[in-house]
Design a protein around this ligand. Structure first.
Ligand code: G6P
Length: 344
């Protein structure tokens, strides 16, 4: 068992630490030559997925639409069956296992309606690869932990590479720096943040733009393995309900990275602080504005926003992992959850 885990206490930690290599493989998994023609020709795209894979699809939508002007419709596998017909000329099904029943059904629905289909999966010869017309393998390697970590990062890497290819390779060099940035954040000491999270019953995760789905994935990790109730909100939605719940007992995890949403996030953090809410903020190490508001700052490297998406994801995985470990949870096999859901 210990040998299989490579000396790590859990498969999940081992898989988190594999991510510098995983991101390198994933971003090289698709090229100009191997990009399915259905994607190259697409005027509109529907993405269908479940769980973490859905969050990867949401990141894709935030990146592709401004880069290429191609509209992306995003659907949960379980809800797609209730929509009448596919609205776009290609459906991408994202599924780590390639066996999720609802995502498979979406691909089959596309085929029945003469819509072209692409599978993004981690498993060669899985059911989705036999249904979809084209397959892109993400090359994350086998993932044992029920909660997705490296497979999610690989999905995002593949999808970022697709954005690169469809938009004329604008950020290709940037992705080559990802592995080094990830290596760097893997060393982060999260003890202070874990102290706060492990004694909370409720946690809120907030972000804006592409960091909103990053936070959704972070909250999902926390729920899955620590059993702490964690909800993600787009920061602008706080005023539309969650503010009624904020108190000194509801810590908030916020991403305040440089860029378009920086000032408004800073404002949101001040509003939360005014309610006595403990704030764990992801911010640049030398950002005194963030430091003045936050109770704990998790330092993020000064890198391109795409890399920031990847490094923040890794930090959120580690935060969930160490919190669950502190609470002595069964991290690799959380109660009531399965690695792949093969029934409707
Ligand atoms: C299960 C797993 C999740 C995963 C989801 C979708 O709920 O526990 O980690 O994100 O299924 O799985 P898929 O294999 O389709 O990506």
């Amino acid at each position: 068992d210990t040998v299989q885990k490579g000396g790590y206490a859990h498969f999940m930690l081992k898989e988190i630490f594999e991510q510098p290599d995983v991101i390198h493989r994933a971003t090289h998994a698709v090229s100009e030559e191997t990009l399915p023609s259905s994607l190259r020709d697409a005027k509109s795209i529907t993405v269908v997925a479940c769980g973490s894979s859905y969050h990867a699809g949401m990141i894709f939508r935030y990146l592709l639409e401004p880069a290429c002007g191609i509209p992306v419709r995003l659907e949960l596998g379980s809800e797609y069956k209730y929509t009448p017909v596919p609205f776009s000329d290609v459906i991408i099904g994202i599924s780590q296992s390639g066996e999720t029943a609802d995502t498979l059904a979406a691909i089959r629905k596309g085929i029945c309606n003469n819509v072209r289909t692409v599978a993004i999966t981690n498993v060669l010869n899985s059911s989705i690869t036999r249904s979809a017309q084209d397959t892109i393998l993400m090359h994350a390697g086998p993932e044992i932990s029920v909660a997705a970590s490296k497979s999610f990062l690989a999905q995002v890497g593949v999808l970022m590479q697709i954005v690169n290819l469809l938009s004329g390779r604008q950020c290709i060099d940037i992705l080559d720096h990802a592995r080094y940035a990830i290596e760097q954040v893997l060393l982060t000491d999260l003890t202070d943040a874990v102290d706060i999270c492990s004694s909370a019953d409720h946690l809120f995760y907030v972000g804006r733009g592409v960091f909103y789905p990053v936070m959704m994935e972070g909250a999902l990790k926390m729920k899955e393995i620590s059993y702490i109730h964690a909800e993600a909100y787009a920061a602008g939605e706080l005023k539309h309900g969650p503010f009624a719940l904020l108190s000194p007992e509801t810590p908030v995890i916020a991403i305040c990275s440089p860029g378009q949403a920086y000032e408004v996030m800073l404002g949101n953090m001040k509003e939360m602080k005014a309610r006595g809410t403990p704030i764990i903020a992801f911010g640049l190490e030398n950002d005194t504005d963030v430091r003045d508001i936050a109770d704990v700052v998790i330092p993020i490297p000064e890198v391109h926003p795409w890399i920031q998406v990847l490094t923040s994801t890794v930090l959120l995985q580690l935060l969930a992992y160490h919190t669950a470990n502190r609470l002595d949870r069964e991290i690799d096999m959380p109660r009531n959850l399965a690695k792949s859901v093969t029934v409707e």
